[in-house]
Design a protein around this ligand. Structure first.
Ligand code: GUN
Ligand code: ZN
Length: 443
């Protein structure tokens, strides 16, 4: 996109590495008065504000967001487009929740107008929360994914999405077949993959809703497209795991089912990964796949507690996601806050720097898009979230006693939500501005 040059000034925060691995001094890049220079949607320079201001061409638009924080846009590696009206449905564990609330709602998404309206709501809401990239499950209906991609493209967003494949254990109107799932995915890939900032994910919903024939077709699809992202669910709930053991009696464990069909590989995103054995974690790690931690969903559906320490011990990459609408918040700050509590219940610590790394560069790495987004660095795409760590009365009051950056970020993550978003940028264009009271009207 040719949008010319602009400069954005603020308190810059970005991560060159995972602070848990490299240490804070190596990993954290903070500039108290910094500027990011953007040309045609791409970051061309990041540095000290006063020095860059002196060198900027006169006439370059400069947006001064000080004293607010400027971070890479948040990345949400797991959520469901058709579940914005399923969120906050009462009283069920995973399998009942799917049957009672989710599948009936997903039936509506064969209508492209329904999917288009939901896509606009979802992308408006993500922008208001500072999320600029997501990995999105649509429904079985190809029109649901087409509507989503069209809306994402209009906004200039980097997005990953897929048409769900499922050929059993759901209502007739939501089922495809092994052949149809393969063909429709192929068509979606041909039409949308690599168009602008969009990528298609190979999306078998999870093993319980695919026959072996469909998983074989999915294996062929994956082999034909070795660089594509893959997204599915793994080891979320006890009844689900028991069903997989029964439906695939030859399998060593749940992960083995996906492994058998060549789906455990780099850029494969496995949602939940709560009840994994050591062997499963090892296989996922060795094959370069990623686990996606969905804390609000895991608490809401009573699924269990994600063990970050166990993943780290084996080198299994972890991302963190909202999982709308099993999840209960669109905010990545709230998601991180609930993640902190899930880890606290297991005696695990999660400093704010590590959390903010995961929301940005860590999620980008889990999705295999770390060369594109997730950091404030030259050559990366200009997606930013601007955060006000004094946006609410509870935050302002807490900040009076904050002494370090780590304390500020921790309070921001625990108390922050969409009210903390000052502005959101995608490819250098402002897509949300709180002073305009909502998402900016796009031309
Ligand atoms: N497993 C299979 N489908 C789903 C879904 O839509 N939500 C969650 N949380 N788990 C799933
Ligand atoms: Zn999910």
């Amino acid at each position: 996109a040719r949008t010319g040059t602009i400069a954005i000034r603020g308190r810059l925060l970005s991560f060159d590495a995972d602070p848990a691995v490299a240490g804070e001094a190596e990993a954290v890049r903070f500039i108290e008065d910094g500027i990011v220079v953007v040309r045609d949607g791409v970051i061309v320079e990041v540095g000290e504000g006063p020095a860059i201001v002196r060198r900027l061409d006169p006439g370059t638009p400069l947006v001064d967001h000080r004293p607010h924080l400027v971070l890479p846009g948040f990345i949400d590696p797991h959520l469901h487009l058709p579940q914005t009206q399923v969120i906050a449905s009462y009283g069920a564990e995973l399998m009942e929740w799917l049957a009672k609330y989710t599948f009936p709602e997903e039936l509506r998404y064969g209508d492209s107008a329904v999917a288009g309206e939901a896509s606009r709501f979802l992308l408006d809401t993500l922008a208001a929360n500072g999320t600029t990239t997501a990995a999105v499950y649509c429904t079985t209906h190809p029109v649901s994914a087409e509507a989503f991609f069209a809306e994402a493209e209009r906004r200039g967003l980097r997005m990953i999405a897929g048409k769900v494949m499922m050929d059993r254990n759901a209502p007739e109107g939501l089922l495809d077949t092994a052949e149809l799932g393969y063909e429709q995915s192929k068509e979606l890939i041909a039409a949308w993959h690599g168009r602008g900032r969009l990528e298609v994910a190979i999306t078998p919903r999870f093993a319980p809703t695919s026959s072996e024939a469909q998983l074989e077709a999915t294996a062929a699809l994956a082999a034909e497209h070795p660089d594509l992202p893959i997204q599915t669910h793994l080891s979320e709930n006890a009844a689900e795991i028991a069903y997989v053991a029964e439906a695939f009696p030859w399998s060593k464990d749940y992960t083995d089912v996906y492994e058998r069909y060549g789906l455990v590989r780099p850029r494969a995103l496995f949602g939940h990964c709560i009840h994994l054995s050591e062997r499963e974690r090892q296989v996922l790690a060795e094959k370069g796949a990623s686990a996606v931690f969905c804390p609000t969903s895991n608490l809401f559906l009573g699924s269990g507690l994600y063990d970050l320490a166990a993943s780290r011990a084996l080198g299994l990459k972890t991302g963190i996601a909202t999982d709308i609408g099993g999840g209960t918040s669109y905010s990545m700050l709230t998601t991180a806050a609930e993640g902190y509590k899930v880890l606290a219940l297991q005696g695990q610590k999660w400093p704010a720097f590590e959390a903010f790394h995961m929301l940005t560069a860590g999620n980008a790495e889990a999705m295999g898009i770390n060369g594109k987004v997730g950091r404030l660095a030259p050559g990366l795409e200009a997606d930013f979230v601007v955060l006000d760590s004094r946006a609410t009365a509870p935050l302002r009051r807490r900040m009076e006693r904050v002494e370090t950056r780590a304390e500020e970020l921790f309070a921001l993550m625990i108390l922050g939500d969409e009210r903390t978003t000052v502005a959101t940028y995608a490819a250098g264009r402002r897509i949300y501005d709180r002073y305009q009271g909502g998402p900016r009207q796009l031309a």
